[in-house]
Design a protein around this ligand. Structure first.
Ligand SMILES: NC(=O)c1ccc[n+]([C@@H]2O[C@H](COP(=O)([O-])OP(=O)(O)OC[C@H]3O[C@@H](n4cnc5c(N)ncnc54)[C@H](OP(=O)(O)O)[C@@H]3O)[C@@H](O)[C@H]2O)c1
Length: 430
């Protein structure tokens, strides 16, 4: 006899409502592929009267998701409310404790409470699945957990936030400033209308980096203080200069083992325009993984949006229906390592530095002397004077230097009256 799994979906926003429609239209194919039936027993959102894109059965609607667990026997719960705390954490916690499998796209929840929730899932012998929390429709977590399971992964990096990537690409294509492109992104639904901050300041990409690290390095989700910068300070001017230098700016998430210590970061990076990563544009995401013996693997696809997200949510569902009871991070929680943090001061990169200065004799030498004092050698220098304003733009590409060295070197320029604003610093990949 075919087993029937009772399903509940909490959160009927962009993701939840699209998922409901998918569950409905793919019911037969899910049954054929897994040999199990699914039966939607309850749904939940805050406002029952809200107009939604797809039809749903109001008889099974709850405004309090916690009520569902009191009234129904649920086997699998989808949490698509969002945020790391509050009702989303409560319902996931309660479900796992009640031996209900949980599937969620909520990276904020997993990156903050993943260790605790994974332990809870294992204790209760149920699945906690979160494929959709990283890179939308790209099956990166399952690839690490299954396809690449025996590899020794040394580094994962990539474009993990579609909103930022769209804004950077569109600034270059349309020659428009950051704020104008942000408005466009909001109109197109690529950036949140109310508060796009978490996409733009690097936080969203950083939550994904933390999840990737845990899976890649068989470690607990870290809570180290890390280097996190978003794209808010990127100016059209930098995009144009980068273009002239055959470079392109990308917001990269990076996680790496350096001397067995964990190094996680998110920051804008200058990459070669002809490189693979330099050509991942618009809302696309890409993840590049380096491992042994597999070598370099690349996965690219749509990193957000209800369609790609639902694709990952359904892959989690099928995994559960096929009876794959797994450890949330691939390795039993008790055997996950607590990795030490790599010292950020030692992070080494070539730098792009842009100085806006008064066009006076001696200003350039003040800058280069200061760099020389810190043994930062210049690879390339472009000076563009503006005769009308008596100002000049000086762009310097340096050879590699450490984070602490560049910080100490640049700090003095804040006090220099010939230097009109804090110098722009963008790290160069490679
Ligand atoms: N959107 C994407 O492209 C995307 C991609 C990847 C991952 N995700 C993740 O997916 C999750 C959901 O995102 P979303 O874009 O679908 O969010 P959303 O559109 O804001 O939807 C949130 C849903 O949660 C409901 N909700 C809020 N508070 C609730 C409460 N106390 N009780 C019951 N329901 C409540 C809302 O109800 P009302 O509708 O009644 O207001 C709404 O239906 C988030 O974790 C997000 O990070 C989203």
């Amino acid at each position: 006899m075919k087993k029937t799994y009772n399903i509940a979906v909490v959160g009927l926003g962009q993701v939840g409502i699209y998922l409901l429609n998918e569950l409905n239209t793919k019911k037969k194919s899910i049954e054929t592929k897994t040999g199990s039936r699914i039966n939607l027993v309850a749904i939940s959102a805050k406002n029952i009267k809200k107009k939604r894109k797809f039809k749903f059965n109001k008889k099974i609607f709850y405004t309090n998701p916690l009520e569902i667990l009191k009234k129904h026997k649920v086997d699998i719960l989808f949490e698509a409310i969002g945020l790391s705390d509050g009702v989303s954490k409560k319902i996931v916690e309660k479900a796992l404790k009640s031996k209900i499998h949980v599937i969620t796209p909520n990276k904020a929840l997993i990156s903050k409470h993943g260790n605790y929730l994974a332990k809870l899932a294992e204790k209760n012998n149920v699945n906690l699945e979160f494929e959709a929390s990283v890179a939308g429709g790209i099956p990166i977590l399952r690839s690490i957990k299954e396809g690449l399971a025996t590899n020794k992964i040394s580094k994962i990096y990539g474009i993990l936030n579609g909103t930022s990537n769209y804004i950077l690409s569109e600034m270059e294509n349309s020659n428009q400033k950051f704020n104008d492109v942000l408005i466009k992104a909001q109109k197109l639904g690529y950036a949140e209308p109310g508060n796009p901050k978490l996409d733009l300041n690097g936080f969203d990409a950083f939550a994904k980096v933390r999840i990737l690290s845990a899976l890649a390095f068989n470690s607990k989700i870290s809570n180290h203080k890390c280097l996190m910068e978003g794209i808010e300070k990127i100016e059209l001017k930098d995009i144009k200069i980068a273009n002239q230098l055959d470079l392109r700016i990308k917001l990269l998430g990076i996680t790496e083992l350096k001397k067995n210590q964990l190094f996680e970061t998110v920051h804008p990076c200058l990459v070669n325009k002809k490189s693979y990563i330099g050509n991942v544009n618009g809302v696309m995401n890409a993840v590049i993984l380096e491992g042994k013996p597999v070598g370099e693997s690349i996965l690219q696809g749509e990193g957000a949006g209800p369609g790609p997200t639902s694709s990952s949510l359904l892959s989690d569902l099928l995994s559960i229906l096929r009876g794959n009871i797994k450890k949330p991070f691939g390795t039993p929680f008790a055997q996950l390592k607590a990795l030490k943090s790599y010292n950020i001061n030692n992070y080494t990169n070539s730098l792009y530095l842009r100085f806006e200065v008064r066009d006076r004799p001696g200003v350039l030498s003040q800058i280069t002397n200061r760099l020389a004092k810190y043994k930062i050698s210049v690879k390339r220098l472009i000076q563009t004077p503006d005769k009308k304003t008596n100002k000049a733009t000086i762009v310097i590409i340096t050879h590699k230097t450490s984070e602490i060295n560049s910080k100490n070197c640049l700090s003095i320029f804040k006090k220099n009256e010939n230097i009109l604003k804090t110098p722009t610093l963008i790290r160069v990949l490679g």
